[in-house]
Ligand binder design. Sequence first.
Ligand SMILES: Cc1ncc(COP(=O)(O)O)c(C=O)c1O
Length: 377
Amino acid sequence: MIYLDSNATTPVDPEVSDAVFASLRRDLGNPSSSHLAGQKARETIENARREVADFLGCGSEEICFTSGGTEANNLALIGSALSRGKGHIITSVIEHPSVYNTCRHLESLGFEVTYTPVDRDGIVSVEGIERAVREDTFLVSVMHANNETGVLQPVEEIAAVMKSKGIAFHVDAAQSVGKMQCSLTDAAIDLMTIVAHKFYGPKGVGALYIRSGSLLKPLLFGGGHEKGLRPGTENVAGIVGLGKACQIAKRDIRLRVSHTLRLRELLFESLKALVPDIRLNGHKSRRLPNTLNVEIPGVASHLLAERLSQDVAISTGAACHSGERTPSPILLAMGLSGEEALSSIRLSVGKDNTEDEIRGAASVIGAAVTALRQSGS
Ligand SMILES: Cc1ncc(COP(=O)(O)O)c(C=O)c1O
């Protein structure tokens, strides 16, 4: 099995799993307990918090650990909304369901939401967002890299505009952090979501960066963990895994970017040689280095995925929607027809893929496409 689904999740790095296992064995105390075992577990968490902050370029006190990207996005959006009571939010039509459905929920509670469109390349317009701003707009939420196309959004420009207007800006960076250079140091981002399992950390742990002074209310109530914003005994080993994944990403990011970019281009070229009519979905270069979303005209992507399922791991849309045969709303929003969207696949390479794997995957995919076309399906 050649794994080309790194945007769904990545394999845990052995350095990360070693750190996680060591923590599971070592950190027996509850981090809230005052005895030595508790103090040790607390120290472990705070060390990991420093690693995350160091990687992102922010203060440790600005990191709030969560159970992953979904929770971090919910905390950012609902937490901001609860702190204001009413008002208007701007987001885009290509957000992950954990942002989109949260916005729908907020609409049901009386908040108003504008969903701004994207162009054919899958890019949100800064001017479009600026035009949508109202007197009562208190939050803008735009993802950094789209999970299906990898297309990068102009978050720095949006951040600058929102800063000048005094509107909070949330970025769902679940897909970009750990896959490319992203630093908070220069951008006026107020809230940012990160997810460990998208960059070789364990599943079920993530964090929300919360710029000091941001207005946010908790969604859960309990003890005072994470400064009262996210109560519940911490997932110590998971947090250790996130910290380690950040430490490794900081060390290896350049190599990761150049390696995945080279493999992705090799994959595209090899596929094009076998299936000359494939079409790239999304901007040609403003993309995550690892992501390739292509339309294969006349080939139903779910049949292709089914045929490949034992040999090459691919996705026919976001992993969360796999199995459903409704066209990807993201590709539709970019102007693809239903048929074009249903003939599109996402291939996302990772740091551990090799050139041989890429060539092998291309030839297996090419053969499957030929077979499907010959059978007329
Ligand atoms: C852009 C984006 N945001 C948020 C998430 C949610 O992360 P999780 O499923 O770990 O909660 C994902 C996961 O696919 C994602 O791709």
